[in-house]
Write a protein that binds this ligand. Structure first.
Ligand code: GAL
Length: 715
């Protein structure tokens, strides 16, 4: 490590003079295996990683092992110009790029231009998004993070240098038919409007390993409480306590699972801006209401935005710590100041946490420009409005997570604004745009940004669309029906009500698999939902796929080169290929190896593109060879803390396999002190060559599974 460090230090003394300014090589300092950092100029005091207070998981990073510094990045340069910091990272010809935050239109990012700016996504991948994370991942196995809370402009392989080593030749459009409107560019270039920045490099054998390193460096992914992975229903905004309890009873009577309910703005006496206190007409006894929910093992989540009303009990006290501008005429607290944080903590603890509220939906910390504070706004901490905007949602996530941590209770909530460093924060992003296809693409891109995303269902024009949306919701980090405006219920469309019920039940059955998948996020940095480009052997990587790509008639190889944005992995084994309203068939790209139909166990294909006509009732799901899927019976609520359950373990494939099942108390942070179990599930061939399953259930009193029945799906 020291030798390597010295080498890069030496390289860094070199100063390039190409172009007009002075381009300097970076000085890289190794922080952990496969992670390097460089500080250029004078970076801002406030950065996303500092706000998120990331605590790198060194154990996980060490397990991933040492990697060499990505050679091509040693030619990266930076320079100062016009008070801004310019950076340039070289690209190779066939390299693909992913990331640059939560995007909705495409997974592949090479050739795009964006200005990263926290905002509500509104139909364009122009950098204005809920989580404009300045991090990208290359198909060649490295990632670059710019740790800055500025509006960074990114040219992801579009600029062409006048004197560049790899610049393409000039062509004549009049005579040369292969003239290209987008000439070849050999670098990612960025403008950081600040006097300096921190840059991080993450290496990896594969894009997945790069993402793992990023997530582990940011503290490892969040591990939600088990109840967070059940089904959640957000009730109409002006519902009373009784109406909510009736709705909960209806779910139960009709046999639809429910783990937590969401209360929308009307739970408060004033909203937009907010009082943060219960409305006494709709909720005369909030503590009793929450107790009643708890007896049914149902949790609650409160909608808020941070903007404070003159009717809030903290209004007067918080005024000195608010900004120059308002949002819906509510004051905007500056959470960089301890007294503002303390006032919120005291009020929220007393009003909500102490009586059993389990989490928040933090709305409008993104927000269109005409709603949020303008960039001329000033804040009492002295932090500029641009940086305030880039970190506001992140800061609120961190703050609220801390309140629950103090109670040793995990939370799992919703947020609309985030940034780099969010992996360990227990929040899922959502939005109002409601384009089903875009919502699925965001599931794919979330896996490169260290954030979670839910394609929430609200309402639909037809029963078909309703079912298709509910199916995808059930394969996302938060299975949510957001009925705040429409009052929809899972059974709103009678034609598909039973099919909706079965996919919601399937969600509950998959809990042991999903929970383990999140444990992998936490301990290994593997995102729970994964773009196809994170699957081993899938990425268009010269080393691994050159042979396939030479073949002109290999549709799988061609598909890999394209943007695969309508199918994704849930954990190690499940490939989900949703259909959208109006579709009866679709193509599914199956990576190398055997893939089996989840419902029948039949071989569906291997390393190829298949065309399917699956019918409406079930969402197409395929299982990778060797897939071990632990399931439980379809409960109506999340299992109770001490409830013991039988496991039904499905196995797909023809080869021997093994997989580790994770379990802990599902509620507290005791797992951080080592209170958890990993149980190996084994599939081996016996003397007759038949596959048999075995496991050794841990003797741990806290382990929740009693017995295992193995079901061999592939016959
Ligand atoms: C929106 C939010 C919706 C709902 C609504 C309530 O901003 O995206 O999900 O909560 O506010 O007013």
């Amino acid at each position: 490590m020291n030798r390597r460090f010295f080498l890069f230090f030496a390289v860094s003394l070199f100063v390039f003079t190409a172009g007009f300014g002075q381009q300097t090589a970076f000085q890289w300092q190794q922080l952990a295996p496969g992670v390097w950092k460089s500080v250029v100029g004078s970076p801002d005091g406030i950065t996303p990683l500092a706000v998120a207070e990331v605590k790198p998981r060194l154990d996980g990073l060490q397990k991933l092992g040492e990697r060499a510094f990505p050679t091509q990045l040693s030619a990266s340069v930076h320079e100062k110009n016009d008070g801004k910091t310019l950076v340039r990272f070289p690209l190779q010809k066939d390299e693909q790029l992913f990331g640059f935050g939560l995007n909705f239109k495409s997974v592949q990012q090479r050739g795009t231009i964006k200005t990263l700016h926290v905002d509500h996504y509104n139909g364009k991948d122009n950098g204005r998004t809920h989580a404009p994370v300045p991090f990208y991942v290359s198909s060649l196995g490295y990632g670059v993070l710019i740790n800055s809370a500025r509006y960074i402009t990114v040219y992801a392989g579009t600029g062409v240098l006048a004197e560049g080593k790899n610049s393409p030749p000039e062509m004549n459009r009049n005579s040369q038919r292969n003239w290209n409107a987008q000439p070849y560019s050999d670098a990612v270039e960025m403008v950081i409007p600040a006097a300096g920045t921190e840059v991080y490099i993450f290496a990896g054998r594969t894009p997945m390993e790069v993402v793992q390193r990023y997530n582990l460096y940011c503290g490892g992914g969040t591990l939600p409480p088990k109840w967070g992975l059940g089904f959640t229903h957000r009730t109409p905004t002006l519902f009373t306590d009784k109406q909510i309890l009736n709705e909960v009873a209806e779910f139960e009577a009709k046999g639809y699972p429910l783990s937590f309910v969401g209360l929308e703005p009307g739970w408060q006496s004033h909203s937009y801006p907010n009082s943060f206190v219960w409305d006494s007409t709709r909720f005369p006894h909030p503590d009793q209401f929450l107790k009643q929910l708890a007896t049914k093992n149902i949790r609650s989540n409160l909608w808020i935005n941070p903007y404070v009303s003159s009717h809030s009990p903290i209004f007067k006290d918080v005024l000195p710590y608010t900004g120059s501008h308002t949002v819906w005429v509510g004051r905007v607290p500056d959470f960089n100041l301890a007294p503002a944080r303390q006032l919120y903590k005291d009020l929220f603890s007393k009003q909500h946490l102490s009586i059993g509220v389990s989490g928040y939906k933090v709305d409008e910390v993104d927000g269109y420009d005409n709603w949020l504070w303008p960039d001329v706004a000033k804040f009492p901490s002295g932090i500029g409005s641009e940086q305030m905007r880039q970190i506001y949602g992140l800061q609120f996530q961190k703050m609220t997570d801390g309140w629950f941590r103090e109670k040793n209770q995990r939370t799992y909530g919703l947020v609309r604004g985030s940034n780099a460093g969010a992996s360990a924060l227990p929040y899922v992003i959502y939005n109002d745009y409601y384009d089903h296809r875009d919502f699925i693409t965001a599931l794919c891109t979330s896996s490169f940004a260290g954030v979670l995303w839910t394609p929430e269902a609200r309402t639909s024009k037809t029963p078909e669309e309703w079912l298709r949306r509910m199916q995808t919701v059930c394969f996302s980090p938060m299975a949510m029906l957001n009925a705040w405006a429409d009052g929809t219920k899972p059974w709103t469309f009678p034609d598909v009500a039973e099919d909706v019920k079965s996919v919601m039940q399937l969600r509950m059955q998959l809990l042991p698999y999903l929970y383990t998948t999140f444990a992998q996020y936490h301990f290994e940095g593997k995102p729970p939902i994964r773009a196809m480009n994170l699957v081993d052997g899938f990425s268009f990587d010269e080393k691994t796929t050159a042979a396939q790509l030479n073949s002109t008639d290999n549709p799988y190889a061609m598909a890999v080169k394209q943007d695969i944005k309508d199918q994704f992995m849930v954990g190690d084994y499940l490939l989900v290929a949703p259909l959208f309203a109006g579709e009866t068939s679709r193509k599914v790209v199956l990576p190398p190896g055997n893939w089996y139909d989840f419902y029948t166990g039949k071989l569906a294909g291997k390393g190829e593109v298949i065309e399917i006509k699956p019918g409406l009732s079930a969402i197409p799901v395929y299982v990778k060879e060797g897939g071990i899927i632990p399931m439980i019976p379809p409960l109506l609520h999340t299992p109770g803390e001490s409830e013991k359950l039988p496991l039904q373990i499905r196995y797909y494939g023809i080869t021997e396999s093994s997989w580790n099942l994770y379990d802990d108390d599902g509620i507290t942070f005791d797992y951080e002190k080592g209170k958890y179990t990993w149980t190996r599930l084994d599939v081996k061939k016996n003397k007759k060559g038949q596959l048999t399953g075995s496991w050794l259930a841990p003797k741990d009193a806290g382990f929740h599974y009693t017995s295992a029945t193995w079901e061999f799906m592939t016959r």
